[in-house]
Design a protein around this ligand. Structure first.
Ligand SMILES: *Cc1c(COP(=O)(O)O)cnc(C)c1O
Length: 358
């Protein structure tokens, strides 16, 4: 049998591992930060009707520039954005990949502040972009001075600020984004995958006017409860969108994806109605774990990074055996826990409370 090491793989991919969060069919699945609340039935029916209509047209290629969807996304984001400033792809992972294809590549570098989203180095590898991780301060919080110093020192072609940051939950302030933008002359991406959970903070979208190197990415996979559809998007200067058009595959967004996403955006109020409950569950989980003696890091997202586990891998396996899936990211003493429904959160709290006391 042939193994991977027998093949003439690109040098930069040798020895690398694919993204691989477990996908066990367990009753309480809290390991990839999905919104675990089901979609409202009326919304399901309207999306299904839109899909049925779209199926009638699938003998033809879809709208390559998906202008209706871009207009709908611009309307959803507000701030006076127009369709020419919007872009979308099959998940924000694909959007980020396109940004790296357009602005990264051989001889170029991508910088981000670790621990952060585990896909960034994989996307760098896939596009032959050098990955330059800079470790966050002890409390994971980024300050304007810290970020500006790192960008001045390393001068990357692309930098990503993830806010709220996955996997730490750490919120990101706009003065840090501004300091980053002014500190180097490359592309600055603010990954706002969890922005809807962080109602207190303004979006980096407010900083777009006059800043053509600033890109703000979002996704329908988290708060919007639409992970299975694969729809991520980005707001930026129209010139950036022109650059992404050079690398996207023609017709990359299927007619069905476009129809489903537009229908969901028509119901954005109902789709996002669970956000308040998820935030309440996150805060309940934080209070319960703090009372049990664990270290809970500040979070603006739908998950918590929690420290104080003597053996995180053993706790991960103990919970998995009980049908509860959480995330072990290899951060010493820590695990990442997603806030689910009230029932799921209760099951999680009780399972952790039943572990050996700390
Ligand atoms: C989940 C996540 C994404 C989005 O993934 P999709 O491809 O849109 O499903 C992007 N960035 C971060 C930080 C995430 O956690």
């Amino acid at each position: 049998m042939t193994s991977l090491s027998d093949l003439p793989l690109r040098d930069t991919l040798v020895g690398k591992q694919p993204y691989g969060a477990p996908q066990d069919p367990v009753p309480v699945s809290l390991n990839v930060n999905e919104n675990t609340h089901p979609l409202p039935e009326a919304v399901v029916a309207d999306i299904a009707a839109s899909l049925a209509e779209a199926v009638r047209g699938v003998n033809r290629y879809p709208d390559r520039d998906f202008l209706q969807l871009r207009a709908a996304l611009a309307g959803y984001l507000g701030h006076g954005l127009t369709a020419e400033q919007l872009w979308a792809a099959n998940g924000s992972n694909e959007v980020l990949q396109q940004v790296l294809q357009a602005f990264g590549g051989p001889g170029r570098t991508l910088l981000s502040f670790t621990p952060t989203y585990s896909m960034y180095p994989l996307l760098a590898d896939g596009t032959d972009t050098a990955w330059r991780p800079v470790e966050r301060p002890a409390d994971y919080a980024l300050t304007p001075d810290f970020v500006a110093a790192a960008l001045r020192e390393h001068r990357p072609n692309i930098a990503i600020l993830c806010g709220p940051n996955n996997p730490t939950g750490t919120p990101l302030d706009l003065d840090t984004v501004l300091a980053a933008y002014d500190a180097f002359d490359g592309i600055l991406i603010v990954d706002e995958a969890y922005h809807e959970f962080d109602a207190e903070r303004e979006s980096a979208i407010t900083l777009l006017p006059g800043r053509p190197r600033l890109l703000v990415s979002r996704t329908m996979s988290k708060a919007f409860a639409f992970a299975g559809v694969r729809l991520g998007y980005l707001a930026a200067d129209p010139a950036v969108i022109d650059a992404l058009r050079l690398v996207r595959l023609p017709y990359h967004l299927s007619a069905l994806t476009q129809a489903a996403a537009q229908a969901a955006i028509r119901h954005s109020g109902e789709m996002l109605a669970t956000v308040a409950d998820i935030r309440a569950q996150r805060d309940r989980l934080a209070a319960a774990l703090t009372a049990l003696g664990y270290l809970v890091h500040e979070s603006g997202a739908n998950f918590l990074l929690v420290g104080g586990f003597a053996d995180p891998t053993a706790v991960f396996e103990t919970l998995r055996a009980q049908g509860i899936l959480i995330r072990d990211l290899g951060i010493p003493g820590h695990l990442r826990l997603t806030a689910g429904t009230e029932t799921e959160t209760t099951v999680l709290i009780e399972a952790i409370a039943a572990l050996a006391p700390r």
